[in-house]
Design a protein around this ligand. Structure first.
Ligand code: C5P
Length: 215
């Protein structure tokens, strides 16, 4: 049905020295379910670009990366041939300006680490999206969630944004279940709390609808 599906998943890790890094709580579950659901439905071959995670789909072309810059290079290699691109990875927003090749010493009581912004891979893709390509992003918001989601949808030129409201009731990161909103240009739909496998199935229903193809 699709020529090629590109999915990014998991966290990225940004090295500081040989033993330390910056990262986040992404488990990689949703990205993995998205790839497995695509295979179950026979939707097309999947290229799965993932940061370090235990959740790796069977029978996908798996590209393992660590940092945001490595993920960007892998995405740049594969995006052109994909007609569906789902960016489920929780890319670290910042990385250390400097990599310390020797393990940093704990000499002082305080330590200042200078960070620099990582490239926004999805924003770059949105800027060069081809006709017929379906581009899907994820967002985790804690305030003004719908306004921010609409802004992100337009700024990143997305067809669909899967919006997580991060709260005590819905931690999303690291948990088995999730409650999300599906944000499209033509409106927002709230899904009930459900397993991440079911969220992945609903996201594919939406993509198939957006692509105007029968499931
Ligand atoms: O702007 P924000 O980080 O909330 O957007 C999240 C979406 O953008 C996710 O789909 C994520 O994969 C993508 N992203 C990215 N590169 C970044 C930051 C986020 O591709 N540096």
């Amino acid at each position: 049905m699709f020529k090629r599906i590109l999915i990014t998943s998991g966290p990225t890790i940004e090295p500081i020295d040989p033993v330390r890094f910056l990262s986040n709580r992404s488990s990689g579950r949703t990205g993995c379910h998205l790839a497995e659901e695509a295979r179950r439905r026979g939707l097309g071959p999947v290229v799965f670009i993932t940061g370090p995670t235990a959740h790796i789909p069977a029978r996908a072309q798996v590209v393992r990366v660590e940092s945001a810059q490595e993920m960007r290079a892998a995405v740049n290699e594969h995006w052109r041939r994909a007609d569906v691109i789902i960016m489920a990875a929780a890319v670290s927003d910042y990385r250390s300006v400097k990599y310390y090749p020797d393990k940093m010493k704990k000499d002082g009581e305080r330590l200042t680490l200078e960070l620099v912004k990582n490239p926004d891979i999805l924003l770059e893709l949105g800027g060069r999206k081809r006709r017929g390509q379906v581009l899907v992003g994820f967002a985790a918001e804690t305030e003004d969630i719908f306004a921010n989601a609409q802004k992100k949808l337009l700024a990143k030129n997305l067809d669909l944004l899967v919006l997580n409201e991060i709260s005590a009731a819905n931690p999303a990161f690291g948990s088995e279940e999730n409650q999300v909103y599906l944000v499209r240009r033509d409106g927002v739909r709230r899904l009930e709390t459900m397993s991440k496998a079911l969220v992945a199935a609903r996201v594919w229903d939406e993509i198939i609808d957006l692509a105007g193809r029968a499931g």
